[in-house]
Write a protein that binds this ligand. Structure first.
Ligand code: SAM
Length: 267
């Protein structure tokens, strides 16, 4: 585990009770992911996916990052912690607090950022894309992470909302390629000159940029990446979601009855 990941996990354990989910990964080997204990959603990115951000930040040293979808702050705190060691200046998150116990998540995110003393991180409450222009603090972001509502056409809306605050060098990261809204957004991104590739992380991350040189470096850094990865069967997302809901409902019931499991497994 990297220092940043260790710091974030230790701090999170101090400020909230969480459960691990998908300890061996969801679509690919990886994980674990986290939820606030006793909740079904939102689910954080996996630890293996934090490592992807770590490598991106160490290599490209983004000054400004924008994140759609913050939940309880796991990914944003990890990103901000690594950026703070690599010349980063700002990380802004935008979250509408609609998923799960949204207000509790936001409170945990605040406490986590405070505990880690991440002064470059600013968490904002609001809806993407309606509040994106109000939330941004710079004209151009070097790194954008889209991890809000993954349904179509919301992902496209998130992308179009932040696009004016990026340039050709910006690296975009999407999470959950297997969910229905990502592929239509990637088609839109292609039409704006973006190249992209899928990474075989737990929930499948996508990296994209309009800069051919940066894209070539990304391909070298992540040789397992698949350029223009083919979409999954449309049946995959409903099947996974049904399985997740069934397993997490069970976890929630056993949590309330006091038979808490620390790990929910999806194999
Ligand atoms: C998957 S979670 C984000 C997880 C987070 N990136 C992490 O790894 O720790 C998705 C979050 O997006 C938020 N969200 C959903 N629709 C949104 C929208 N239109 N604008 C802003 N946030 C939204 C939800 O409230 C939820 O907290």
């Amino acid at each position: 585990m990297t220092d940043s990941l260790q710091r974030v996990v230790t701090a999170l354990d101090k400020v909230a009770r969480t459960s691990l989910v998908w300890p061996r990964g969801l679509i690919n080997p990886g994980g674990p992911h986290r939820v606030l204990a006793g909740t079904l959603l939102p689910v954080s990115i996996g630890e293996d996916e934090c490592a992807v951000f770590g490598r991106l930040i160490e290599r490209f040293r983004p000054a400004h990052t924008f994140i759609v979808g913050n939940a309880f702050g796991f990914s944003s705190c990890y990103i901000a912690d690594v950026m703070s060691q690599h010349g980063g200046q700002s990380v802004v998150t935008l979250d509408s607090e609609v998923e799960g116990r949204g207000r509790d998540c936001a409170a945990v995110a605040r406490r986590l950022a405070d505990t880690l003393q991440l002064n470059l991180l600013r968490n904002k409450k609001g809806r993407s894309p309606e509040d994106t222009a109000r939330a941004v603090e710079t004209d151009c972001h070097d790194l954008v992470f889209i991890d809000g509502d993954h349904r179509h056409p919301q992902v496209m809306r998130d992308f179009e909302g932040i696009l004016p605050y990026t340039d050709e060098h910006t690296i975009f990261v999407w999470h959950d390629f297997w969910m229905t809204g990502i592929v239509p957004c990637l088609r839109l991104a292609e039409s704006r000159g973006m190249k992209w590739m899928g990474l075989p992380t737990s929930c499948e991350m996508i990296l994209g940029t309009r800069d051919a040189g940066i894209f070539s470096e990304l391909r070298d850094m992540f040789p397992a990446g698949i350029e223009n990865q083919s979409p999954h069967s449309p049946l995959l997302a409903p099947a996974i979601i049904a399985k997740i809901i069934a397993q997490q409902v069970w976890e929630s019931i056993t949590y309330r009855l006091g038979f808490t499991h620390s790990v929910t497994q999806t194999e």
